[in-house]
Design a protein around this ligand. Structure first.
Ligand code: ADP
Ligand code: G6P
Length: 355
């Protein structure tokens, strides 16, 4: 009989509010997949797309149905589903997954207008990143794996201040006001998506310094759903046990306030999960190998791969703490997932050929 070769594209969803580290995460992810992703050559210089040999990252802002003026006129924010075209998002992600190229619109972040579309060809790995990858049920069902970056308000505030005040000259008051203005729609439309995520990276203020409000030292949790096909959660020492580990001492240099890891089973929105947590930060990044050697199910291809990745991108934000560590681990898990799915499709095709 006829062998219909469905597209081999796997689709990953990455949800987060803007300014919460999605582009940093994408750079770590594409590096694990074997090459930095670049904007499309010769296209619109304001394209939001990134392309590497294996991976295409598209930004879901491109599915805004209302441009900046339209949102103002209608009185809706970019977070509001009414400002976004989920029918087109679904159609195009589905087409790409089926191996069909699409003409995707471009939302121009500079002008606030919708630019003429760009051609997107089906990649091996398609990442859809933005505010709503898990909002629409049809799009959600196309995802082979989903991640939610959950940045707590205090930390979001500290990051925004750092970026918008230091780099963009905004005032403290205007930053506070813009976070407050987004909050109702954020709570209504963005935050609820985390219940659907296969992995959540939650970023909180440290508990190692009493009443810390600087937001510099972070407590980061990697929440991993149990029972997801092709995804085996990472564990520390003993799978399923509850562990608390302070690695500081002879083998790991820790200055104040130190480092604390925790691991164990938990529930999250009524579902069974494993949670790995790191509070504090590394003094010497190459000593991360000591921590790495105590983690299992990390899907590395050689001893020390996590440490190597972290050292390679030591200049990215979060490289000395759990944000960088867990983003790197999620990247390795996705590479593993991709390889398992590809292998299972290949053997299914072989079976079909025999029949
Ligand atoms: P997005 O793509 O979601 O807008 P970026 O990756 O560009 O976010 O990050 C936005 C800003 O947030 C960075 O310039 C940096 O100031 C801050 N930031 C992001 N990730 C981290 C992190 N892990 N630790 C500290 N600051 C971070
Ligand atoms: C993009 C971002 C949103 C941001 C918006 C700016 O869509 O993803 O997070 O709010 O641009 O919208 P504005 O209406 O202020 O131009």
């Amino acid at each position: 009989g006829e062998i219909r070769c469905a597209g081999d594209t796997i689709v990953i969803g990455l949800a987060a509010d803007s300014g919460c580290g999605k582009s940093t995460f994408m750079r770590r992810l594409t590096s694990v997949f074997g090459g930095a992703a670049e904007p499309p050559k010769g296209g619109n210089p304001d394209s939001n797309t990134l392309i590497s040999d294996t991976t295409t990252v598209i930004c879901l802002d491109d599915y805004h149905s209302l441009d900046r003026t339209g949102r103002k006129v209608e009185g809706v924010t970019a977070l509001d589903p009414r400002a976004n075209n989920f029918d087109l998002m679904y159609e195009q992600v589905k087409a790409l997954k089926d191996g069909i190229a699409v003409d995707k619109p471009i939302y121009n972040h500079v002008s606030g207008l919708l630019d003429p579309p760009e051609l997107i060809k089906p990649p091996k790995i398609l990442v859809i990143e933005g505010l709503h990858p898990m909002y629409d049920e049809r799009v959600r069902d196309l995802l082979d794996f989903s991640i939610y970056l959950d940045i707590s308000n205090d930390v979001k505030f500290a990051w925004k201040i750092q970026r918008d005040m230091a780099e963009r000259g905004h005032s403290l008051e205007s930053i506070k006001a813009s976070i407050e203005a987004r909050k109702p729609d954020f709570d209504a439309y963005i935050d609820p998506q985390k219940q659907y995520a296969d992995a959540v990276i939650e970023v909180l203020p440290t508990q190692l310094i009493p009443d810390d409000n600087e937001g510099k030292v972070l407590r980061v949790k990697l929440i991993m759903k149990e029972g997801v096909k092709y995804f085996n959660p990472v564990y520390l020492f003993d799978e399923g046990s509850t562990i608390s580990w302070i690695p500081c001492g002879r083998k790991l240099t820790c200055s104040f306030p130190g480092i604390k890891f925790s691991y164990g089973p938990d529930t999250y929105y009524g579902q069974e999960v494993s949670v790995l947590e790191m509070d504090g930060q590394f003094d010497k990044l190459d000593e991360l190998i000591y921590v790495e050697s105590h983690l299992s199910n990390i899907s590395t291809k050689f001893y020390g791969e996590i440490t190597q990745q972290m050292l390679k991108h030591a200049d990215f934000p979060g490289s000395n703490n759990g944000t960088g560590l867990f983003q790197t681990i999620v990247g390795l898990k996705i590479r593993d997932l991709f390889e398992q799915i590809t292998a299972s499709k290949a053997s299914a095709t072989l079976e079909a050929t025999k029949a």
